[in-house]
Structure formats: C-alpha cells, structure tokens
Design a protein around this ligand. Sequence first.
Ligand code: GRF
Length: 202
Amino acid sequence: KRLVVLVSGSGTNLQALLDEIHRTGVTAYGAEIVAVGADRDGIEGLARAELAGLPTFVCRVKDFGSRGEWDTALAEAVSAFQPDLVVSAGFMKIVGKEFLARFGGRFVNTHPALLPSFPGAHGVRDALAYGAKVTGCTVHFVDDGVDTGPIIAQGVVEVRDEDDESALHERIKEVERRLLVEVVGRLARNGHRIEGRKVVIQ
Ligand code: GRF
C-alpha cells in the first residue's frame, strides 16, 4: 500500500513510521511512504522526509485566494502520488470537503488526547488545565468535524503532578508513535470498513 503523510511540525510520528518500515521492510509492514506534505516550509518534518529521500510538497494557505482553493490544491498534490492511505501526523490544518471527497474513509489522524475529550489544537494543554488524571492519544479516521471521526485505537497515559505541557506531550508521543505505527500497519495489511462510528479491520 502507498502512504502519503502530512506534517506541520517536528515529524517524530513520521519518523516512527519511516523507522518501522525500514526495520520490517515494506512487504512485511504492508506499506511504504511515497511522499510527505506540509502546510508550511522549514519544519523538521520535511527535513526528515528529505533525509529519507522522499518527495515532499508544501501547500500554504496564504498562497491561495481562498481556503477552498487551498483544500483543492492539497487534494490534488496528494492525489498525484496515488495513495491508498493518507496519514495526518501532526498536520495542523482542518481539511475541507474536496479533500474529504477524495480521501474520506482512508484519511487517518492522530490526536494527543482521549477523544472525545480535549479535541482541537491544544489537547495536551487542555487535559492538563482540566486536571485530568489520565489522558492519552487517539488514532481515528478524519470526518468533516474537528477530531470527531470514527476511533480506530487509543492509548492511555497517566498525568503526573509535576507535568507541564511539554513533559506530558513527550510522554504521550511515546505511546502515540507506537499506536500509529501499529494501526497504519494493520490498515495497510488488511482491509477495513467503517460502519457508523465503528471501524472494522479485517
Ligand atoms: C503529535 O502529538 C500530534 O498528535 C499532535 O502534534 C504532535 C506532532 O508531533 N497534533 P510530530 O510532528 O509528529 O513530532
């Protein structure tokens, strides 16, 4: 299977996928990353992709006349690589109906909180501020909401009294990377279907 990964930041989730595929081999893992896209330049995630010899592309909202034109451009940039599965690994933009028309049902996102709790761009900070005793990460299919799509897998992480946002996020990312690698591999090796809010992986 062909994967396109979308990033906006450090790309450690992307790196975890790259390392696992390198370790197990494309055939055994069931997928290879064919391109990496971003919504901004100059991020470590793109540097990781280039180091791995992968094609990259950048679609910046400000380069387009409207959000809809950006969404279409992103969909076309991804389509050019003919992916079977698109993975948002820290991609910090909400895609629109054009992108979902093409990739809905095969577009996976990872979120650093236990959805439906703490959706949005500050899930780690919000859980900490709320005083949650456990939080974690969620891998889900993207639908037309914000972090509202059908859940595929979740991992739990304890919140410690001494945690600040970055310490907690780092601990979440340790779980998140493993969960994402495991889920993407299973989706790649088996078929899946979505029945309402239920995800069935054969
Ligand atoms: C991940 O925790 C992701 O869930 C969140 O931002 C982080 C991205 O980390 N949206 P990285 O860019 O994969 O290192």
